[in-house]
Design a protein around this ligand. Structure first.
Ligand code: 13P
Length: 237
């Protein structure tokens, strides 16, 4: 069941765009006056402050440190506190690309969510099965296990769940409407409709409207299509 009337569209820019291109894109998005959804943009950390000076659109980060401290000898890390301090309101946690390339596991993901909650960031927890798991019929079990990291402090206000089947990310082949609805329904029943649920994985202008219209979908998490102004505009208008 939808938990929110206005859909939420989150743009995950991943490791893309340099300063001038990012400013150009955010300036165009900010000028739009016919947007029908709530938008959150998640640029690379390096660009967050610059982007902030060019827009009033809500911003998020793509990751935060798992260390409990706000500061410390953790080379290359950025704490949730630092993100909050530069104006972020959201942070993506446990994206499958981070699970794969940075070996993130339930322990680090759970610590990151706790850190986000501690400073008042909304945690966007990404879950989703790979192709082998889907073909073996264990998608729900995989997602259930990934959801077990949610701390007791998780509420509708501080947590969003993003269902992103790995086989649909960056492949051009999104999950079917039935597959999306079934998984979202499973999660929503599991948590008694407590969290907003967004879908991610090859969302583009052609399928965004159908996906967002699904009974169980509160919004979208968009990768590649969020980097192209025309595409993104068609998704959010
Ligand atoms: P694509 O939209 O490029 O498939 O990426 C989805 C994603 O990973 C968003 O977090």
């Amino acid at each position: 069941m939808k938990t929110h009337n206005k859909p939420l569209v989150i743009a995950n820019w991943k490791m893309n765009l340099i300063k001038n291109d990012a400013i150009e894109l955010i300036s165009k998005i900010s000028k739009l006056d016919d947007i029908s959804v709530d938008v959150v943009i998640c640029p690379p950390d390096l660009l967050i402050e610059t982007i902030k000076t060019h827009t009033s659109i809500t911003l998020g980060a793509q990751n935060c440190s798992a260390q409990a401290e706000d500061f410390g000898a953790y080379t290359g890390e950025t704490s949730a506190h630092m993100l909050k301090n530069i104006g972020c309101e959201y942070v993506i946690i446990g994206h499958s690309e981070r699970r794969k390339h940075h070996l993130e596991d339930n322990n680090s993901i759970s610590a990151k969510i706790a850190n986000a909650h501690k400073v008042g960031l909304v945690a966007i927890l990404c879950v989703g099965e790979n192709l082998t798991e889907r073909q073996s019929g264990i998608s729900h079990d995989i997602v259930l296990e990934q959801l077990s990291v949610l701390p007791k402090t998780s509420t509708k206000k501080n947590t969003i769940i993003a269902y992103e089947p790995i086989w649909a990310i960056g492949t051009g082949k999104s999950a079917s409407l039935t597959e999306i609805n079934l998984m979202h329904k499973y999660i929503s029943v599991l948590f008694e409709n407590r969290f907003k649920l967004v879908y991610g994985g090859s969302v583009k202008q052609e399928n965004a409207k159908d996906i967002i219209s699904l009974e169980q979908v509160d919004g979208l998490l968009v990768g590649a299509a969020s980097l192209d102004f025309e595409q993104f505009y068609k998704i959010i208008k």
